[in-house]
Design a protein around this ligand. Structure first.
Ligand SMILES: [Mg+2]
Length: 425
């Protein structure tokens, strides 16, 4: 190749690469292609038009509906870290309006990254993001005609085992006999796993309302309550107990040790959430499995707990920790450490079924939380629309409908709406 032909070769090479991939328009073309739904999807040109929301339970339950230009909407729920977040919902609406809802993980990242300086690491920001992200999965499932678990890679199981939280609140000073009766009631309802709360701020045995040390009388009260429940249901029912992070490390070690004879499925949050090293010391001190996670956010929040082997079981709340995709990422992360995934769940049946799609999609799913309020408080049937029984013999049948398979019933929910906040306007 002489010098002139070499020059013309470079010229041609430059011209052809410019025509194939003009730098000025590369970003636009790429953007346009990923904003297009796959050709086989139905409908194929979805765009988000608005997000509307409602709150119940004094703002502690957020329900969102994400609307599109094609009469498909998605439902999502956020819990606990949601009071006062109406304007956060509207801010997220502005950020994803006009975008294709089928790019769920990308929209999740767009909102999260746009909020690095707004608190996107945890708390209310993540709880609201969770509700919106869940609604996007619901839209994607409906648009493509498949249940959400299918979008998450398919299912390991058709039905999801649940444990029933008895809501035998310690504030009512329940006796060991109350524990036994409650355990028997839940067992008769068909559940083979039961959870009790053990923390009691107003326990008359307490010496101090502000320190987190249980007195000998408190410890004995806890042991007597669990002993009565175990004796009532026998050895083949799983029992777990929750302390809601309201005790200190020595109390946690003492109660974990004293509950060892009762073969608990787990002891949950004996101390607050912030200190993984303190969890590790408790976990190593006892044969009682230690569980935490309902106050941890995003996969980042679980990294250190898992790296340290600080807990035996993780229990992210899938209506709070980041959403269904993030829930699956947390479960998969835990699976690397052979740690079971047992999600916390204090939502409506919408949140319960949304959680079920994640639980179905991961190998290390252990058990999901269920609440006795579904059976006792009519509100929980009025605020959603769904097919079939909610739960049977301790299992939820995974929905096979497109999307999540449970809808918000705005008319049924309206009378429970938290006052002073716009309701699906
Ligand atoms: Mg808990």
């Amino acid at each position: 190749m002489n010098s002139s032909s070499r020059r013309s070769f470079f010229k041609k090479a430059l011209a052809s690469s410019a025509s194939l991939m003009p730098l000025a328009t590369f970003g636009t073309a790429y953007e346009a292609s990923i904003q297009q739904a796959p050709k086989l999807s139905a409908p194929s040109d979805l765009k988000i038009t608005s997000i509307k929301c409602g709150y119940i339970r004094n703002g502690h339950s957020l329900f969102v509906k994400v609307y599109t230009n094609q009469d498909i909407w998605g439902c999502g729920e956020g819990v606990d870290a949601t009071p006062g977040t109406y304007h956060l919902v509207k801010m997220f609406e502005a950020r994803i309006k006009g975008k294709n809802p089928l790019n769920v993980n990308r929209l999740f990242e767009d909102i999260r990254r746009s909020g690095f300086f707004e608190g996107a690491q945890s708390g209310m920001f993540v709880a609201v993001l969770t509700a919106v992200e869940t609604a996007l999965w619901d839209i994607a499932g409906k648009a493509l005609g498949v249940p959400v678990y299918q979008l998450l890679g398919g299912k390991f199981r058709d039905k999801i085992r649940v444990y029933c939280d008895t809501a035998l609140y310690q504030a009512n000073l329940p006796t060991p006999k109350d524990f036994a009766n409650s355990a028997l009631e839940v067992k008769k309802m068909g559940f083979n796993a039961i959870k009790f709360d053990l923390d009691q701020r107003n326990d008359p045995n307490k010496y101090d309302l502000y320190n987190w040390t249980a007195s000998p009388g408190e410890l004995q009260r806890m042991v007597d309550q669990i002993a009565a429940a175990r004796e009532a249901v026998g050895p083949n029912i799983d029992l777990c107990v929750d302390m809601h992070g309201r005790y200190d490390a020595p109390t946690a070690q003492a109660i974990a040790k004293r509950l060892e004879p009762f073969n608990l499925m787990w002891l949950e949050e004996p101390i607050p959430a912030e200190n993984p090293e303190a969890y590790k010391a408790i976990t190593e001190s006892t044969s009682t499995p230690i569980c935490a996670g309902e106050n941890h956010y995003l996969a980042y929040g679980f990294r250190r707990l898992l790296e340290l082997n600080a807990v035996d079981i993780i229990m992210p709340d899938l209506q709070k920790a980041g959403g269904l995709g993030e829930g699956q990422r947390i479960a998969n992360l835990a699976n690397l450490y052979y740690v079971p995934f047992a999600p916390h769940m204090v939502a409506s049946y919408l949140g319960a079924m949304a959680s079920c799609h994640v639980c179905a999609s991961v190998p290390n799913f252990m058990i999901l939380e269920w609440q006795i309020y579904f059976h006792k408080d009519p509100m929980f049937k009025e605020i959603v629309k769904f097919d079939g029984p909610m739960v049977e013999n301790g299992f939820i049948a995974l929905s096979e409908k497109p999307g999540i398979g449970v809808e918000i019933n705005e008319e049924g929910m309206r009378k429970y709406a938290t006052p002073g906040v716009p309701f699906f306007e």
